[in-house]
Each structure stands twice: as C-alpha cells, then as structure tokens.
Design a protein around this ligand. Structure first.
Ligand code: CA
Length: 244
C-alpha cells in the first residue's frame, strides 16, 4: 500500500516514514502542499495530510485533492485546530489524527478508512459512462433511476456512473438499506462515521448536500426536521404518502 505523506516537520515525518515502512507501507514524503498536489508516477492509495504547511493552507490541499480523486485522506492536526478538523471533514477528508499519535494508532485509522473505502482508491471523479456487466447488475440495488452496487461500491444514475467519495458512498448505502425509513442523525453518525461519534455533526449536512448535488435532485434525500434523513425515490408516491 502506497501512502503520500504531506508533512513539513521532519521530526514527525521521519519516525512516521520509518514506522510505517516496518509495517510494509511504502511512503512518499513531501514537505509542501504544492509537492503534494504535483502529478506523481504512482498514485497513492491514501494521503496523510498535515494541515499546517509552509506554502499553503492544508485545507486547500484537501479541497484540491478531493476535487480530483476519491483517495482516502487522513488529516494530521495540531492542538488548537479543532475548527479546521470539522472543515476538513466537510471538504471530504475521511478522518483525522491529533498530534501526538503513535504509529499503531495511525495504522488502525488507515485500516478503518481503507476498509470503508473498499474500492480502488484513486478513481477519477466526474461522470463516466461505464456499461454495467451482468455480474454488477446482479448484486446491485435498483431504486428508480439509481443503481447502488455494494460489491463494487459503484453508483449509477440513469446509466452514468456517479463519482462518490468513500464516505458519500457509505452514507448513500446506509440510507438505501431501507428507503423511506427516517434515520436519526446519531444513527447515521454511528453507522457511517464512528460508533459513539461525539461532536459537531455539521459534516453530515455537508455530505448530504454533496450527495444531493451529485444525484442531481435534492429529493433523493429528504430532511425529517429535528430528526434526521431518509432516502426517497423521486416520483415514488408510495414512499412520499407513507412518510406523510
Ligand atoms: Ca506542519
């Protein structure tokens, strides 16, 4: 597994690179945001992103990375960057670790994030027309014009592939388990983020907004005010009536 480590502090990057190497990870280490965003021969399977970089705001690096790929991103944050963590999660980062942390803790997070991500990490974003194979179709859930394939973690809308981040996919797949059912914010945070997630859940709203945008119709995910969210198939009057 190839990691891209974007961290300007060699006192952190040195031991991390060495420690991760002992666990079999290949680490590409760069010290600036610009170097992190530069094209590289081998695409990383995961990005470790320090938010305090010398040349640019780590959040801008996060936004740029997310704009062009679904690669899992773990932010490395310093004390006092709590607000940045929330913004980073809203921008599409998958998790964060606060300094100081140990290599074992980092590896646990890497495993959790990549387990959730599942699919090839560096898939191009943007709609791509991919014909569905029969095997894909067999394990897919069809909801109106939407097809969700949990095995390949692909989503198609009217035949065109929708590029979702790992977290967006998990959120959609969770809500789609039982269309029409309202899930509370805490249920969603527990299932899609971390069990017993504690803290601001603004990141959930950001992900719902992103999903609505990517699915091209806000009606796919309806807000149950004061409770949570449910998946509704646009034009499916049965579900709409049942929900009142
Ligand atoms: Ca730094």
């Amino acid at each position: 597994m190839r990691l891209l480590l974007i961290e300007d502090d060699d006192r952190i990057a040195g031991p991390l690179t060495e420690g991760l190497g002992r666990y079999g990870f290949t680490v590409d280490h760069v010290r600036t945001g610009a170097a992190g965003l530069a094209d590289r021969a081998a695409a990383p399977d995961l990005v470790l992103l320090d938010l305090g970089l010398p040349d640019m705001d780590g959040l801008d690096v996060c936004r740029s990375l997310r704009a062009r790929s679904t690669v899992p991103i773990i932010m490395i944050t310093a004390r006092g960057e709590e607000a940045d963590r929330v913004v980073g999660l809203e921008l599409g980062a998958d998790d964060y670790l606060a300094k100081p942390f140990g290599v074992r803790e980092l590896i646990a997070r890497i495993r959790a994030v990549t387990r959730r991500a599942g699919a090839p990490a560096y898939a191009p974003t943007g709609p791509v027309d991919v014909p569905q194979t029969q095997q894909q179709a067999a394990s897919a859930q069809v909801l109106g014009r939407l097809t969700i394939n949990r095995r390949t973690r692909e989503v198609h809308l009217a035949g065109g592939q929708v590029a979702l981040t790992p977290r967006e996919f998990d959120l959609l797949a969770f809500l789609a388990k039982d269309p029409g059912t309202v899930y509370s914010r805490q249920q969603i945070m527990d299932a899609v983020w971390d069990p017993h997630f504690f803290g601001p859940t603004k990141t959930l709203d950001a992900h719902v907004a992103a999903l609505r945008r990517k699915l091209g119709d806000p009606c796919w995910i309806t807000t149950a005010r004061g409770v949570g969210f449910r998946l509704t198939v646009p034009g499916d009057h049965t579900a709409a009536e049942a929900s009142g």
